[in-house]
Design a protein around this ligand. Structure first.
Ligand code: ADP
Ligand code: F6P
Length: 322
């Protein structure tokens, strides 16, 4: 392998730059030239491909977002467009591809591999932590820490006014950001798509918290359940005497400097990606982490693994919020 392409796709995640940097520098150590592909699969379709070297990735490990830009590219779901993308890679002599993105990006990568057989490796980059085969995805740790900073601030002012606050966090259909930030931030209530809830129970908990002497209530709401304004409306129909405020954290939780964990994870994933592409039997593989070890799996098998919700952590959360 002499030339590899690297792209970031889907929602950006803190640590993507650290992963790009690791791939480029580990590739350079293996005498492999790196090519950046701008804006995910769109850049592959448009031939937006350029040589990147060790200096291109200088001063990037601490930066959020992605220096290669990212995009969603619906055309890539169609075979004829993927063929065009393949021809563009061939024109640059690219023999292997690193895709840094989420579940959707990996499905695109797998389809692409099935079409053309170009060796591909996926690094899981999404704040959502919604990929079943890996314990964690790149960006999740940073996003949760960002949410925690917000929870601390919100808590101060809610306590000062004896209020309740609904904090809406991202995650698509996955409740992990809400559960981890809820446990670590001491939320009284955590609402996630994986666990259906009754509005009456939420009301009961808020009222009971007041009786127990709690001076503020933090309701951590995953966006996959409903919006914070919808939940507030539902609560106000059944509760009075308690002021409820809402905060939608939005893109604040997707940007920002990556945490130590995400930088190390990214660095290790990049090294593994180059190792895999350098071997003769790479095929299409995805990298992840299990029990603190870096793992790699056949992409098709890995993507068939359902994303399991951490029931035990949720159970602990319900005890800690008393
Ligand atoms: P993420 O990678 O963060 O899950 P998306 O689900 O939006 O983000 O997917 C990112 C991109 O991956 C899509 O815009 C599309 O280009 C590509 N993609 C997703 N699913 C497929 C698929 N089934 N076949 C081909 N490409 C896909
Ligand atoms: O997948 C990452 C994510 O930030 C989700 O948590 C969120 O639902 C979505 O992307 C937002 O996407 P967009 O950038 O299209 O608004």
């Amino acid at each position: 392998m002499k030339k590899i392409g690297i792209l970031t796709s889907g929602g950006d995640a803190p640590g993507m730059n650290a992963a790009i940097r690791s791939v480029v520098r580990c590739a350079s150590c293996a005498d492999i030239d790196s090519y950046g592909i701008e804006c995910g699969y769109s850049g592959m379709l448009d031939g937006n491909i350029f040589r990147i070297d060790n200096r291109f990735v200088s001063d990037t490990i601490q930066k959020g977002g992605t220096i290669l830009k990212t995009a969603r590219c619906p055309e890539f779901k169609e075979k004829e467009y993927r063929q065009k993308a393949y021809e563009n890679l061939l024109a640059f002599g690219i023999e292997g591809l690193v895709v840094i993105g989420g579940d959707g990006s990996f499905r695109g990568m797998l389809e692409f591999y099935k079409d053309c057989g170009l060796p591909c490796v996926g690094i899981p980059g999404t704040i959502d932590n919604d990929i079943g085969y890996t314990d964690f995805t790149l960006g999740f740790d940073t996003a949760v820490n960002t949410v925690l900073g917000a929870v601390n601030n919100v808590r101060d002012t809610m306590t000062a006014h004896n209020r309740a606050c609904i904090i809406e966090v991202m995650g698509r259909k996955c409740g992990d950001i809400a559960v981890y930030a809820g446990v670590a931030g001491g939320a009284e209530i955590i609402l996630i798509p994986e666990i259906p809830f009754k509005i009456e129970d939420v009301v009961k908990t808020i009222k009971y918290d007041r009786i127990k002497g709690k001076q503020s209530v933090i309701i951590m709401l995953a966006e996959g359940v409903c919006s914070c304004s919808e939940l507030k409306e539902q609560l106000l129909e059944k509760i009075d005497g308690i002021q409820i405020r809402t905060v939608k954290l939005g893109y604040i939780q997707r940007g920002g400097t990556p945490s130590m964990s995400d930088r190390i994870f990214a660095s290790r994933c990049g090294a593994r990606a180059v190792e895999l592409l350098s071997s003769d039997k790479c095929g299409c593989r995805v990298i992840g982490t299990k029990n603190n070890e870096i793992i790699d799996l056949n992409a098709e098998e890995a993507l068939a693994i359902p994303n399991e919700f951490d029931k035990e952590l949720y159970r602990i959360a319900t005890m800690l919020s008393k």
